[in-house]
Design a protein around this ligand. Structure first.
Ligand SMILES: O=C(O)CCC(=O)C(=O)O
Ligand SMILES: [Fe+2]
Length: 139
């Protein structure tokens, strides 16, 4: 976890904002928006793997934690992802003439992890390199 803007690698992230101090921003329509923690509520973020499985119907949310200089902030993240040996690809039921397949062949979840962590060294989005017919997104 770091302060850099990113999307999460897993399918879904469940965040528990333990002391309800603001500090998470998400990017929406090109603008950073602060998320106000609500009492007794989780923050749920869509990650890269759910974007792949839904063939981009659900988009991974870009977000960044912002340091609050005055208040300590406690956030616990739980990441949900498929098992490592599962094949990672868009669900066939979500591939239609209107929404043709959006991703290259990826392989297993373990293959995706391997590619992701070696690609991180290049400082670019690994998910964007897996898209078909689209240029790498600039962040
Ligand atoms: O600070 C947070 O609540 C989110 C942390 C985060 O983005 C992550 O762990 O991937
Ligand atoms: Fe994150």
């Amino acid at each position: 976890m770091g302060p850099n803007p990113h999307t999460d690698l897993a399918g879904l992230t469940i965040l528990s904002q333990l002391n309800e101090v603001e500090g998470l921003h998400i990017k929406k329509d090109g603008a950073w928006i602060p998320i106000t923690p609500l009492p007794n509520a989780f923050v749920i973020n869509v990650g890269d793997m759910l974007e792949i499985v839904t063939n981009e119907i659900y988009k991974g949310v870009e977000h960044r934690p912002v340091l609050n200089p005055n208040k300590e902030r406690l956030s616990i993240a739980t990441f949900f992802k498929p098992k490592r040996d599962y094949y990672l690809s868009p669900a066939s039921s979500l591939i239609t003439p209107q929404n043709p397949v959006k991703f290259k062949q990826i392989g297993t979840v373990a293959d995706y992890f391997k590619g992701y962590f070696s690609h991180q060294l290049l400082g670019k989005s690994y998910l964007d390199t897996m898209r078909l017919n689209t240029k790498d997104k600039e962040n």
